[in-house]
Ligand binder design. Structure first.
Ligand code: HEM
Length: 433
């Protein structure tokens, strides 16, 4: 393994998550229980208190320096040299020996790619892959995404009730990214299930049995990705992956085919699970705050800003990681070299110094777009234009076609147990037919 991916995907050192018993935990650190049912239901209560009492704190239990204020998170994001993203996909829970054995049998040639790549090579790759992600390619998707959303709504509109995650939000973003990359609809559903597993393997707290089962899935997904790229290599289509293959044919020195496998492997996860969960969180907020829903029904031109407000108030990635390459200072606290940083963007996005009345959904909020839900700086979400487009179209079609939509009373809210992803798993709704 190269020095660069010693913190990479699917690899871990069992010492990783060992509690550091030499360092006493502050009161805030003791209260930080990121996998507890209470926190998963509502981490914002913890964030609000911790931002006041100890906005940068060390958790010996998880071995993370947790950063909660908007400005401090922005500082980390803006300086990838000091705060390296190498550990962004490092398993939060160490991979057990049985799962590691399966991983090693699968020939996964994972290498750092964009999201966890060091500055030296990231700049070069981001330029190529980001430039190919053209507005033209994204805009071409609008009519097709709208047709997909309508097709799904047509299936349940006569019923008067639906579970919106499984009946709409789960599959639509997967179909959209698959269209973008040039893969088929049937494969989208297969890959979708593997996406949730990936969130748990890298960022969750899976049992050893779950790790073993999920690691088999990672092998299948890797092979699927290689086949997708190899087919496109022989016959590049009129899509983003086809564009990348043409770039490679013109100048093979720009990136290797293995690197392309890796970016496609990344995008098949980053490109839909996040959008599914952000849309689900947003609809939960909008339907809870009925006035806001009605405002969007009456003034659809506000939907674009409402998408930003969703990504602010309850984004699907509410935390992200970095590792320090030298000693640094954050919020007056000295952070040693080699320290693992956990930026809680969900907290920064509710920071009253940046967003007054931050817990309130406000579709007209002027600075909503300053949220940290898509990151910031050199690694800012490359798929942001597509994610924004999908979320806007979903909201436009739902407000237009189902303005009487409301939440079924007394439902419980379930969230995947992960350190950084947040998305309500079920959304029972009703409307008058
Ligand atoms: C609501 C949906 C989405 C959310 C909340 C989200 C969030 C994020 C965040 C927080 C990062 C890390 C930023 C950083 O480290 O500074 C990121 C990176 C990335 N995202 Fe997204 N994302 C979403 C949708 C998408 C989509 C649809 C795609 C692909 C089409 C995508 C592709 C990527 C890629 C390739 C990166 C790595 C960029 C780099 O490091 O240069 N994302 N995203």
């Amino acid at each position: 393994m190269s020095a660069d991916n010693q913190f990479g995907m699917f690899h871990s050192d069992p010492a990783d998550a060992m509690p550091d018993s030499t360092c006493p935990a502050s009161e805030t650190a003791q209260a930080f229980k990121p996998f507890s049912a209470e926190y998963l239901q509502n981490p914002y209560q913890f964030f609000d208190k911790a931002r006041e009492s100890e906005p940068v704190f060390y958790s010996p239990e998880y071995n993370y320096w947790v950063v909660l204020k908007y400005d401090d998170i922005a500082t980390v994001y803006r300086d990838p040299e000091t705060y390296s993203p190498l550990n962004a996909r490092h398993p939060v829970t160490p991979i057990c020996p049985a799962a590691a054995k399966i991983r090693d049998q699968q020939n996964l040639a994972i290498e750092p790619s964009l999201v966890d790549e060091s500055s030296a090579t990231h700049k070069h790759h981001r330029k190529i892959f980001g430039t190919a992600f053209t507005p033209k390619r994204v805009n071409q998707m609008e009519d097709r995404i709208r047709a997909i959303v309508d097709r799904y709504i047509d299936r349940f509109i006569g019923d008067g009730h639906a579970e919106l995650v499984s009946q709409l939000l789960y599959e639509v973003p997967a179909l959209a990214i698959f269209l973008f990359l040039g893969a088929s609809d049937e494969d989208a559903v297969f890959v979708k299930k593997l996406g949730s597993d990936r969130a748990i393997v890298n960022w969750g707290s899976p049992t050893e049995t779950e790790q073993v089962a999920m690691m088999h899935g990672m092998g299948e997904h890797w092979q699927f990705t290689k086949d997708l790229v190899d087919r496109a290599y022989r016959n590049p289509g009129d899509n983003y992956l086809g564009d990348l293959i043409r770039i490679h044919h013109d100048d093979p020195s720009l990136f290797t085919i293995n690197y392309l496998y890796n970016v496609m492997f990344l995008m098949q996860f980053a490109g839909h699970e996040t959008t599914t969960q952000a849309s689900a969180n947003g609809l939960r907020h909008l339907l809870t705050d009925r006035e806001q829903w009605e405002l969007l029904c009456a003034q659809p031109d506000l939907i674009e800003n409402a998408v930003e407000e969703i990504l602010r108030i309850d984004s699907s990635i509410f935390g992200w990681r970095r590792i320090t390459t030298r000693e640094s200072t954050l919020g007056g606290v000295t952070i040693p070299k080699g320290a693992r940083i956990l930026m809680m963007m969900g907290s920064g996005n509710h920071d009253e110094d940046m967003f007054p009345n931050g817990a309130k959904f406000d579709a007209t909020r002027r600075n909503a777009k300053k949220h940290l839900g898509l990151g910031l700086g050199a690694h800012f979400c490359m798929g942001a234009p597509l994610a924004r487009l999908e979320m806007r179209v979903i909201l436009e079609q739902l407000t237009r076609r189902l303005p009487s939509l409301h939440l079924v009373d007394d439902q419980s809210w379930n969230y995947l147990p992960t350190l950084v992803f947040r998305g309500v798993q079920k959304l029972e709704v009703e409307w008058t037919t």
